[in-house]
Design a binder for this molecule. Structure first.
Ligand SMILES: [Zn+2]
Length: 235
């Protein structure tokens, strides 16, 4: 394995949702108990993309019981607001408030950027791309008084131009749920989905080819979501 194992979660909730990005608190509790039982050298780091408020209300207490912390990648324009890009007839999920982000930071969690508006960075003009990278970083540094050096790419999407702009904006590394970059700047985080079994978590940790292929198929659907957003923007 050439990069540290990272598991990426989205929503920890029992609430019904259309997507597969939810994990129930019971399943998450089981995941964390297993992760905590692993030797530190092979234990995956946990990342939460999107910064939903259940990262604070559901995930944080379960991790704290085991003395573990995680990273959370927040969308700065969404703080304290209902979700706007992934909502459906089940209703919108709330994002973390700034005070919840501050509380996680104080508790030793690592805070990173997931952009200002959660748009796929590869689709943006240079001006908009820089705004997403710089404004989110500046906002978090001002609010937390800590250096923000890592981001997670919305929809996992990046290319060489995005990496160059990330470096110019002061980031030292990034996460993608799709793949790593050959230069080591982008680390792969493996998403954990609603229906993942304990065996599938073990397969993610071991980089089992069948599980990597399965994640690729699932991630291609988020590519479709991006394409739909692109189309509807001009509709
Ligand atoms: Zn996201």
């Amino acid at each position: 394995m050439n990069s540290p194992p990272i598991f990426c979660y989205h929503k920890i909730t029992s609430r019904l949702d259309f997507g597969i990005g939810t994990r129930t608190p019971d399943a998450f509790r089981r995941d964390v108990a297993w992760i905590a039982s692993l030797p530190a050298s092979v234990r995956p780091q946990l990342a939460f993309d999107d910064g939903y408020d259940n990262t604070f209300t559901a995930a944080y207490p379960i991790l704290a019981e085991h003395g573990l912390t995680a990273s959370v990648f927040v969308v700065t324009s969404m703080l304290g607001n209902p979700n706007s890009w992934d909502s459906n007839f089940f209703g919108a999920f709330m994002h973390l408030s700034l005070s919840q982000v501050k509380a996680l930071s104080s508790a030793g969690w690592h805070i990173g950027s997931h952009g200002v508006t959660h748009r796929a960075l590869t689709t943006l003009s240079n001006t908009d791309l820089r705004r997403e990278l710089l404004d989110s970083r500046q906002f978090l540094e001002d609010a937390l008084g800590k250096a923000i050096t890592q981001l997670s790419f919305p929809f996992g999407m990046f290319d060489a131009r995005v990496i160059d702009e990330c470096r110019s904006a002061g980031y030292t590394s990034a996460l993608s749920i799709r793949c790593a970059s050959s230069d080591g700047f982008v680390l792969r985080s493996k998403a954990v989905y609603r229906f993942d079994s304990p065996a599938q978590l073990r397969a993610k940790l071991a980089d089992a080819p069948a599980e990597l292929w399965r994640l690729r198929v699932i991630n291609s659907f988020s590519g479709l979501t991006v394409a739909m957003h692109q189309l509807t923007r001009y509709a």
